[in-house]
Design a protein around this ligand. Structure first.
Ligand SMILES: NC(=O)c1ccc[n+]([C@@H]2O[C@H](COP(=O)([O-])OP(=O)(O)OC[C@H]3O[C@@H](n4cnc5c(N)ncnc54)[C@H](O)[C@@H]3O)[C@@H](O)[C@H]2O)c1
Ligand SMILES: O=C(O)C(=O)C[C@@H](O)[C@H](O)[C@H](O)COP(=O)(O)O
Ligand SMILES: [Zn+2]
Length: 368
């Protein structure tokens, strides 16, 4: 079985193909979509994914389809999402003779997708790229065209909106994901359910899916979560409003992820961020206790952490001040109001956040 969704973007409509066995079809799909075998194919992957052979399968399929394809491997995880690594990739692309009509293929998780997409967005002022996700979390990162790298002072502070020409998602790659990475990806699935699919949220609360559930179930799960993201991105591709919804849990979560020096994975940090932000929504009178508790319940059910490390709160504020959603003099958060609805809230104060942060850290919220 294969599910095909589409995303309408200002740059054109692109397919999101989800199913088993897609890796070995990438070359023929690329050929069918772009028609030309010129310009070169530049495949980016990380060490772990490379060792699993996924990039080689993609490369061989490209060669069969008539492309000159090279594979470049970066170290795994967020340390590779840097301007330095982007610079290394530009050099490799020049060495490989990649032209303006070349294509970058990102074979990996969100790190490879964000990095390779950023390089594609900027090399020769922008060339085409396709996302070939291999993590559950990448059902989120591969859609919508946000690409970028981190600076030492903050996450995703340099980037672009550069939609891929296609997302080819082979769910069979998810079978090799370590459970911790599967669970991290579940955070974004839960986030999408929270934003726009109450039925999925209820199903996740009733039945944990804390590891790879097999090809068909994985395909259905990815397609349902992706459908929420696609609807939001189509309504507001450049994040002038509604797309900020996808940032629920991320104002606090990104700060936690960075302050952990990326020892927490993105999904773990966002799970903690969701819990603090759910408490904040309750404190501000925007959500009720049941909503807050449902959110932490479903996260715990999927083996996710809900309490951030006891970072110095002034450090949290320092990092959080650089969040891209903030307006000049006030903080902007996206807060869960009820299951199926999040709101953009301007003017959140440090005092309010500190109270919510402390409550989650000390477990005091459980007494309320
Ligand atoms: N652009 C967006 O819209 C968007 C959305 C969400 C997250 N992100 C970004 O995505 C990144 C997190 O993505 P991620 O969680 O996929 O992390 P990741 O890319 O670091 O992958 C997680 C780990 O899993 C390994 N891995 C990948 N595929 C595997 C497989 N099939 N089998 C075994 N191991 C595998 C990787 O080598 C890595 O060690 C963060 O940088 C986050 O900021 C971006
Ligand atoms: O696609 C979006 O928009 C998102 O916000 C998805 C998030 O899950 C993702 O972590 C994204 O990278 C956050 O972007 P940022 O603009 O907050 O850096
Ligand atoms: Zn995220």
């Amino acid at each position: 079985m294969t599910t095909t969704l589409t995303i309408r973007s200002a740059a054109g409509t692109y397919p999101v193909v989800i199913g088993p066995g897609i890796l070995s079809e990438v070359g023929s799909r690329l050929r069918a979509q772009t028609g030309d075998p010129d310009g070169g194919v530049f495949i980016v992957t990380d060490d772990t994914v490379h060792a699993l052979g996924y990039a080689d399968v993609v490369q061989q399929s490209c060669t069969r389809a008539g492309y000159a394809a090279t594979v470049t491997v970066v170290p795994p995880r967020d340390e590779s999402k840097s301007l330095e690594m982007a610079n290394t990739l530009y050099d490799r692309m020049l060495d490989a003779g990649i032209r303006r009509n070349g294509v970058v293929l990102a074979v990996g998780g969100g790190v490879v997708g964000d990095l390779a997409g950023f390089v594609a967005a900027t090399y020769l002022r922008g060339i085409r790229f396709a996302q070939i996700p291999t993590t559950l979390l990448a059902h989120d990162s591969s859609l919508g065209g946000k690409v970028g790298v981190n600076l030492s002072r903050g996450k995703n502070l340099v980037g672009a909106f550069h939609p891929p020409i296609a997302v080819w998602y082979d769910v069979q790659t998810l079978a090799s994901l370590p459970e911790r990475e599967w669970r991290g990806g579940m955070t974004e699935v839960i986030k999408h359910a929270l934003i726009g699919d109450k039925t999925l949220f209820a199903e996740l609360a009733a039945t944990p899916m804390d590891r790879y559930p097999g090809d068909d179930a994985a395909e259905r799960l990815v397609a349902r979560a992706a459908a929420v993201k696609i609807a939001v991105v189509e309504a507001d591709e450049r994040e002038s409003g509604q797309r900020m919804w996808l940032n629920v849990g991320h104002t606090v979560g990104h700060a936690v992820e960075q302050l952990s020096h990326y020892q927490l994975n993105h999904g773990e940090a966002i799970a903690m961020g969701l819990c603090v932000e759910a408490q904040l929504a309750l404190d501000l009178g925007l959500a009720d206790t049941e909503t807050r508790d449902q959110i932490s319940f479903v996260l715990v059910r999927h083996g996710l952490p809900t309490v951030p490390p006891a970072f110095d709160f002034t450090e949290v504020v320092r990092v959080l001040n650089l969040d891209k959603k903030h307006r000049s003099n006030e903080w902007t958060f996206v807060l869960p109001v009820r299951i199926g609805r999040v709101d953009i809230v301007h003017g959140v104060t440090e005092t309010a956040l500190h109270k919510a942060w402390q409550q989650v850290l000390t477990g005091e919220e459980n007494q309320k």
